[in-house]
Design a protein around this ligand. Structure first.
Ligand code: ZN
Ligand code: ZN
Length: 412
């Protein structure tokens, strides 16, 4: 890719993020969270959002060096107490109808070697502080989106066998492919893609399966689905009726499991980069929805901290179907980043469920969602379980068993 090609693709990528991702409207505030390494891309985003008529673009910068320094040296109370301005700012912006764009460029090993208790405390306090914002996010009240751009440490992790100076370029090309920027008309390609996902969701919504049964090496898991569950896909509609795409890329069709209806054991198929650490080769066993044991070849401690963030972190909040032959999966690249890896694989999420995955859920409060069988938590972490060897059966209300996935791909 020449410098000119990269500039032109970057500009189109910024268009996608602003127009399809958060879909900024005239008069709307856009909040961008980004690492300083993404400054050039965020400048484009800012200019494009103002060109559409955004009333304000507020950028919150982060920096991995400073973040790591904080985890190493800051006083303990920094991790156990969230300042009121922190949630205050986000919540106020959300209440004023802002859209939220997260630009990520994470080094998967950013916090390697940091005391996992500090990381867990930080996740827990920040998660708890953001309860109100998260409720708005999980019920589609606000538009939000995540897009990624390469960083050298991330590219080093993904392409260790490529000459060092070519890695970032290679990661750009991979990302551009996953977000369909290599198509003639990326915006039109996205519309078509979202329609395809919607067709799959429509079939599942008509079936109203009572439960799903997953079978694969190391996996024998039954997941009950709550009455009134809704299969959702890529694009969502916010409280004002504007569409947005929360994840770019997105290949999944997903719903909420019944909190207490998960039984059996599931085995991960891809490493999970969580809180700056890698958790890999893990199995999780459930009884009546609750996690009773976890064992990981790598990152056991991080996984144990994750599931002890609160009671809801011991239950599932998302069931997502992604064919094994999706474009991301076909590329055979392991991204060490959930935004990409979850879209190459069937996955589940530990923690809170999306309110919009239940009929009437967007209008329900937390207690009502819980009463309808949905999980709530301070966290929501996806982990990958799909492979070419996975079969999934849907069990109908009358007990009929129908294939949904065979050998890793849609059976219909
Ligand atoms: Zn998902
Ligand atoms: Zn998720």
């Amino acid at each position: 890719m020449t410098q000119t090609e990269l500039q032109s693709k970057l500009s189109k990528y910024a268009d996608l993020a602003v127009q399809i991702g958060v879909n900024v409207q005239p008069g709307q505030i856009l909040v961008v969270n980004a690492p300083i390494s993404a400054a050039e891309f965020v400048h484009l985003i800012t200019a494009k959002a103002y060109a559409i008529g955004a009333s304000q673009v507020k950028v919150n910068w982060s920096d991995e060096f400073i973040t790591r320094q904080q985890f190493e040296h800051a006083a303990p109370e920094v991790f156990t107490k969230a300042p009121t301005w922190y949630a205050g700012e986000v919540t106020e912006f959300a209440e004023n109808g802002a859209a939220f764009l997260n630009v990520i460029a994470e080094n998967p090993d950013a916090l390697k070697g940091i005391d996992p208790e500090r990381i867990a405390n930080f996740q827990k306090t920040r998660g708890a502080a953001l309860t109100k914002y998260r409720e708005m996010q999980m019920s589609d009240k606000v538009s939000w989106s995540i897009v990624a751009i390469p960083s050298q440490p991330w590219a080093d992790k993904v392409f260790p066998d490529v000459p060092e100076e070519e890695r970032v370029d290679k990661l750009w090309e991979a990302i551009f492919h996953t977000v369909r920027l290599d198509r003639e008309d990326p915006v039109a390609a996205w519309q078509e893609h979202l329609d395809t996902l919607e067709q799959k969701a429509d079939v599942l919504n008509a079936k109203k399966y009572k439960s799903l049964h997953y079978i694969a090496p190391g996996t024998d898991l039954s997941i009950e689905l709550p009455e009134g569950h809704i299969w959702a896909q890529g694009d969502s509609i916010n409280a004002k009726g504007h569409s947005f795409v929360a994840n770019m890329p997105t290949e999944e069709v997903f719903t909420a499991p019944k909190k207490t209806g998960v039984n059996g054991t599931v085995r991960s198929t891809k490493p999970l980069s969580y809180g700056g650490n890698i958790i890999d080769g893990f199995s999780i066993t459930f009884e009546q929805g609750r996690i009773t044991s976890v064992s990981a070849e790598q990152g056991q401690e991080a996984l144990e901290y994750l599931i002890s963030l609160d009671e809801g972190a011991k239950y599932l909040g998302e069931v997502a179907l992604v064919p094994h032959n999706s474009p991301i999966s076909d590329s055979n690249i392991l991204y060490f980043n959930t935004l990409f890896d979850e879209n190459a694989s069937n996955h589940l999420a530990i923690g809170t469920a999306y309110a919009f995955c239940l009929e009437g859920g967007k209008e329900m409060n937390q207690d009502e969602l819980i009463a309808h069988g949905l999980n709530t938590s301070v966290t929501h972490v996806d982990f990958m379980i799909g492979s070419a060897e996975m079969d999934i059966y849907g069990i109908t209300a009358d007990g009929t068993r129908e294939p949904v996935f065979l050998k890793g791909n849609w059976a219909f």
